[in-house]
Ligand binder design. Structure first.
Ligand code: SF4
Length: 723
């Protein structure tokens, strides 16, 4: 094991802050700042700083657990793997391969995501695989593909943000989700630029804004249409850009013109003068950006909502110009890479479509299987969870905790309980792992090497810095062991670099082309990473034949700033500067119109609920709730509400409130603030039990991205009995 400090990256969010891990004399590691990494320049939030606490946590699993007589009891690895393989073989024989499900996570490394997708399709032969990243940025991905032909969270590095003139930050709260990123927005303002924050709450991020727009939850689409209407009406459209670099403007323009500012004010609650001010701030500088996050994306119209904000960028000539354009701030640590390498229901490695015959031939060639043997697209994440216990009888779950993080969580929990068999790989006994028939204890970020892809499309190397505890194995070893037991002896190496070498070949020629990236290149210099797409010379690949018909990039080398040697050094930091990744090189306007949320308030449920995050917890909290310092900072859920609503309820600060939706009930103390709309309450979703916010949320799905509507549903709020 290394005796000096090891440069690596935080295990949590998509910013993937650089840090180093230094060995401690008594064992274990401590975090050391890495000012050389350009994204966070040494800064870390509390989650990153305390991340080693989970490595040595007393609740860490160090032995497989097998259910016996209703309880989980310690077992040996051979027994645990035999049991999983035996159950999967039995279910497949009895009910067919699609009765087996696989559910992955946006925190898995690229190597694990790749191996998991291959395992599902080659070993199990099932189409039923998806991952929790579907709940993250899938609407932005779908909208990006429609408009640009390519989806990479940010098509430019974070360091471009301070160099633009205005940023509209829609439904994003980096002050809580990724605090080191806040400095980019502060630097933007120091440079004379402006920040507009769109959020129903006056968040800590909104405190940094020049203009805060607080639309009613679920109306961001109408807001974007109202802004576009004004842009047209005020003659601010970049006609030359629209003519030369886009298609479809007339239909998009007509749709926007049907959304009069006064009509938009009635829908959103944002006043016409505020709309005009936003248009002025956004249109006057030479460069501007729109950045979205979960607010507009986690809606049953998330794809159209993001599309409306992209239309705004296209009409004003922002996309594909220096220090300008549209981007999505992804959430999970490898949310970006996790969706590129095959654990998504409809995709193969390299961001290829599973129903594309050429893509199937290419990937099957790399895998050494018959293309016709690969299953077709399967169910999306919520649909897969909803099918548990009926069509899907057994599940392998890796890197996710849907009992806390899925919408309509009580129903999902009930579906999980109804499975014939559940196997979970995790580092602690999460709420979902506690329901399993077999739990496998796996290595964590600092105990294994692997790559992740940050929100910038920057591929990074996380290095092993200390040995895993006895009794723990890596996810790759799990897949290797299960594959062998299910009759596939080859193709599931346990060495992450060997997996990455195969991933390179599988991705070659795809949208997310990693073929020019290697561990050696990622370790070079200050470890700044390489931006995809980064195609290799075929001669660089171990098996040039594997690139066969897809050696030419699908975008024809389109839209890349860096060519030749520069491109090979850092990959492609900036996309679309010369052309978009569509067939004709033009971006596509998509005409969209306002429609209400799937569930609007009524007499029985008169208040809107929106959910989100707090700075000291991460996702379902499976790891961060085990860290004392983080728990002290954020010990439990709360219901944030406006003083007027609190007065109507007769509620004081700290009173227990029951929030009730058509799907369930959650109880948490009141937190009263004038910084939220009077018609809305907010709950963070990191906790299980009676304060579980996702007991309330609505699984209504976006028709394109299959994203559930986490961000808005109708609820009733009342004082809980006994208060
Ligand atoms: Fe980790 Fe994200 Fe915090 Fe950075 S901002 S330290 S990546 S959780």
């Amino acid at each position: 094991m290394p005796t000096a400090s090891t440069p690596t990256h935080c295990p949590y969010c998509a910013l993937q802050c650089g840090m180093a891990l230094s060995p401690l004399p008594a064992g274990g590691v401590e975090v050391v700042e890495r000012p050389d990494f350009p994204v966070n320049r040494g800064a870390l939030c509390g989650k990153g700083r305390t991340a080693p606490a989970v490595l040595s946590s007393g609740v860490r699993l160090t032995s497989p657990l097998v259910r016996s007589g209703g309880s989980l009891v310690p077992a040996g690895w051979e027994e645990a793997l035999d049991r999983i393989a035996g159950e999967f073989a039995r279910v497949r024989a009895a009910h067919g391969a699609d009765a087996l499900g696989v559910f992955g996570g946006g925190g898995l490394t690229n190597e694990k995501a790749y191996a998991l997708g291959k395992f599902a399709r080659v070993v199990l032969g099932t189409s039923q695989i998806d991952y929790n990243g579907r709940f993250c940025m899938s609407s932005a991905a779908a909208a990006g593909i429609k408009a640009f032909g390519l989806d990479r969270g940010l098509p430019f590095p974070m360091e471009d943000i301070p160099r633009t003139g205005c940023v509209i930050l829609v439904g994003s709260n980096p002050a809580e989700t990724m605090p080191p990123a806040l400095r980019f927005f502060d630097e933007l303002r120091e440079n004379g630029g402006t920040l507009i924050v769109v959020d129903p709450r006056r968040t800590r991020t909104a405190e940094h804004a020049d203009l805060h727009l607080a639309p009613r939850p679920g109306t961001d689409l109408a807001l974007a249409l109202g802004l576009l209407h004004l842009i047209v009406a005020e003659g601010r459209v970049d006609e030359e850009y629209v003519r030369e670099r886009t298609t479809g403007w007339e239909d998009a323009r007509a749709a926007a013109m049907a959304h009069w500012p006064e009509y938009v004010e009635r829908i959103t609650g944002v006043s016409v003068p505020q709309l005009r001010q936003a248009v002025r701030l956004f249109c006057e500088p030479a460069a501007a950006m729109v950045l979205t996050a979960r607010g507009p994306e986690q809606q049953s119209k998330g794809t159209d909502t993001v599309g409306a904000w992209i239309n705004l960028c296209l009409a004003t000539g922002r996309a594909g110009r220096p220090f300008s354009g549209y981007g999505c701030l992804t959430g999970q640590g490898n949310g970006q890479g996790g969706r590129e390498h095959g654990q998504k229901a409809d995709q193969l490695p390299g961001y290829r479509k599973l129903d594309d015959p050429a893509a199937r031939r290419h990937v099957a060639g790399v895998w050494g299987v018959d293309p016709d043997s690969l299953p077709g697209p399967g169910r999306s994440a919520y649909e897969l969870l909803d099918a548990l216990g009926s069509d899907v009888r057994s599940l392998l779950l890796m890197g996710s905790n849907p009992v806390v993080s899925a919408p309509r969580a009580a129903h999902v929990e009930e579906r999980i309980r109804s499975l014939d068999f559940l196997a979970v790989c995790d580092v602690v006994l999460s709420e979902t792992a506690a329901l399993a028939d077999v739990v496998l204890p796996v290595t964590q970020w600092a105990e294994e090497t692997g790559t992740t892809t940050s929100l910038e499309g920057r591929v990074l190397l996380r290095r092993r810095a200390l040995a895993a505890p006895d009794g723990v194995r890596s996810d790759l070893e799990v897949l290797h062991g299960l594959a062998a037991r299910l009759g596939v002896e080859k193709g599931f190496p346990t060495d992450p670099e060997e997996v990455f070498e195969e991933l390179r070949r599988a991705s070659a020629g795809g949208i997310a082309d990693y073929s020019g990236i290697s561990y050696r290149r990622l370790a070079e210099g200050a470890g700044e990473g390489v931006f995809w797409p980064c195609p290799a010379d075929p001669a660089d690949l171990e098996d040039p034949e594997a690139t066969s018909e897809l050696t030419e990039p699908v975008d024809g080398g389109a839209g890349r700033q860096d060519g030749g040697a520069g491109r090979r050094e850092r990959g492609t930091p900036r996309l679309f500067l010369d052309r978009f990744a569509t067939e004709d090189g033009r971006a596509r306007f998509v005409p969209v119109s306002h429609r209400p949320a799937a569930e609007e308030p009524d007499e029985d449920y008169p208040v809107l609920l929106t959910t989100g995050r707090v700075v000291a917890q991460y996702q379902s909290g499976a790891q961060t709730r085990r860290v004392d310092e983080l728990n002290a900072a954020a010990p439990g859920p709360f219901v944030e509400l406006h003083p007027r609503l609190a007065a109507r309820l007769g509620a004081a600060e700290g009173d227990a409130l029951a929030v009730v939706s058509r799907r369930g009930r959650a109880v948490a103390p009141a937190r009263i603030t004038p910084g939220i709309r009077p018609d809305t309450v907010f709950m963070p979703f990191h906790w299980p039990g009676e304060g579980r916010a996702n007991s309330l949320t609505n699984p209504a799905l976006d028709p394109t991205s299959r994203m559930p509507e986490f961000k808005v549903c109708a609820v009733r709020v009342e004082k809980a009995a006994g208060t």
